[in-house]
Design a protein around this ligand. Structure first.
Ligand code: PLP
Length: 469
């Protein structure tokens, strides 16, 4: 299996090479030359597999340059009962014919762990093979940074420098990151807001000499290995939801931000998994809902992005959408480049001519959920079932309800656990969530963080002093 760039400027590369590179040299994103196909018999033969073994099968179709036994060791290390004490992607029914797919049983209680745990394994492997080290420098406002730190803690050849805006994360998020004491994890609280932290990271990674000298890298949502690892749970969820019912179509609703999670579902469907509808759920930052309803893609600036009660979906420029647009535009890099030029010139990309194909050929549906919807949905599910769902999952459930069809199981991706978002849960149902002993311990643990002014020189000096070589 080889990978090319959506903008046409990259020689085909293998999986391991691609996963270390981030953006392609032409600014595009890596996509497979052709999606692997999974026929009905193969799919059926996977029913009895444990999650890690299914992951070996599915990821193995993409990572053809990794020997099977090595890949199997990685998936078993990533998807263990120890890392996922609540089970590895359990399914549970709620009201209204909806089934939740539990993606948030990992160390940071959000679905980012599903991909990040595998990324930690495969990055260590790929770096060792290449005989090099990596210094991950990133900025986070919460979920991604903590998932990365928990996945890369204690890894050889890899250091993590994670910048966060001082005093602007929740106590829960701070504890998740700052309680880590591993030598290779560096938490840096910047005196500023998230964009300041992000700009510092951009300044460092934009300095090619510094970047090369210190082997800087990123693990952001466009990373190919993250998408591939996410494809696995679509297969898993289908196999569980249709157990004993044969080759049945299901629909899947996905709380979305950067279009990474639902893109993995789109890949799974393209590989032959019987998915009827892929339903994109947005919050008030509903750029993608607008696109799938109208064919107009109109990204917004960070100033125009609202701070909502499903904060991990507060994104107005979906970095992974390019991978889908590439297919929509006939996998033609010239049309892709023209599209971005049109967007740059007009502030909007007009794909209304393709609108019928979005719902038809590609099977997308979409909808928006607001703060009031979120609260009402959390309350309704709680009253009907006693189950407490998190605000992002509630956005998924709200939008999914409009797409439920007789005889078609509707799966909603549970992208976080409610304990992370206590405030909104209390607002919705007046209930305090009981924390496990482990969580309480984490919240009370001593914290380790370096405070830093919003100053590029200070960051350079710190990274130089502490980088892995
Ligand atoms: C990251 C995240 C999302 C959005 O996922 P994308 O892959 O960016 O679309 C939704 N919910 C939660 C809780 C998240 O952490």
């Amino acid at each position: 299996m080889q990978y090319i760039s959506t903008r046409g400027g990259m020689e085909p590369t293998e999986f391991c090479e691609t996963l270390l590179e981030g953006l392609a040299p032409d600014g595009g994103l890596a996509v497979p030359t052709q999606l692997p196909a999974v026929d009905a018999d193969t799919l059926e033969s996977w029913r009895g597999l444990a999650y890690a073994d299914l992951a070996t099968e599915v990821i193995g179709l993409f990572a053809t340059d990794i020997p099977r036994d090595e890949l199997s060791a990685m998936t078993h290390a990533a998807y263990s009962a120890e890392k996922f004490p609540g089970g590895i992607v359990p399914l549970r029914d709620i009201d209204g014919g909806i089934t939740l797919v539990g993606l948030s049983e990992g160390p940071t209680l959000a679905f980012k762990d599903m991909a990040m745990q595998f990324l930690g394994q495969v990055m260590e492997y790929a770096l060792e093979r290449r005989g090099t080290t990596l210094n991950i420098v990133g900025a986070t406002s919460g979920d991604t940074g903590s998932a990365a730190e928990h996945a890369f803690r204690g890894k050889k050849h890899i250091n993590v420098f994670m910048l966060s805006p001082q005093g602007r994360m929740s106590g829960f998020q701070r504890a998740q990151m700052f309680s880590l004491t591993d030598e290779n994890i560096h938490n840096i609280a910047v005196d500023g807001v998230f964009d300041d932290a992000q700009n510092l990271v951009k300044a460092l990674s934009g300095d090619l000499e510094f970047k090369r000298a210190h082997n800087l890298g990123a693990v952001n949502s466009i990373n190919l290995a993250r998408i591939v690892a996410q494809v696995v749970y679509y297969f898993w969820a289908w196999l569980r939801a249709t157990d004993g019912r044969g080759r049945l179509e299901v629909s899947v609703a996905v709380p979305s931000g950067n279009f990474g999670n639902i893109l993995a579902g789109y890949f799974a469907k393209g590989m032959g998994l019987p998915i009827r509808k892929l339903v994109l759920a947005a919050n008030e930052n509903n750029v993608l809902d607008e696109f799938f309803r109208t064919g107009l893609y109109r990204p917004r600036s960070s100033q125009q992005t609202l701070a909502t009660s499903s904060p991990s979906m507060d994104i107005s420029k979906a970095s992974n959408l390019e991978r889908f647009l590439f297919d929509l535009l006939g996998r033609d890099p010239q049309r892709m480049n023209d599209a971005w030029a049109e967007l740059d010139a007009n502030g909007v990309l007009d794909l209304t001519a393709e609108l019928p194909r979005l719902a038809g050929e590609f099977g997308f549906g979409s909808g928006t959920s607001t703060h009031a919807d979120r609260l009402a949905t959390i309350k309704a599910v709680y009253e009907a079932t006693g189950d407490i769902i998190d605000p992002h999952t509630a956005d998924g459930v709200k939008v999914a309800r409009d797409y439920v069809e007789e005889g078609v199981p509707m799966l909603v991706m549970e992208t976080a656990k409610p304990a992370k978002f206590q405030e909104t849960i209390t607002e919705a149902i007046g209930v305090e969530i009981e924390l496990s002993d482990e969580l309480r311990e984490m919240l009370d643990a001593p914290q380790r963080v370096v405070e830093m002014p919003n100053d590029e020189r200070a960051l350079r000096a710190y990274v130089s002093d502490h980088a892995a070589h």
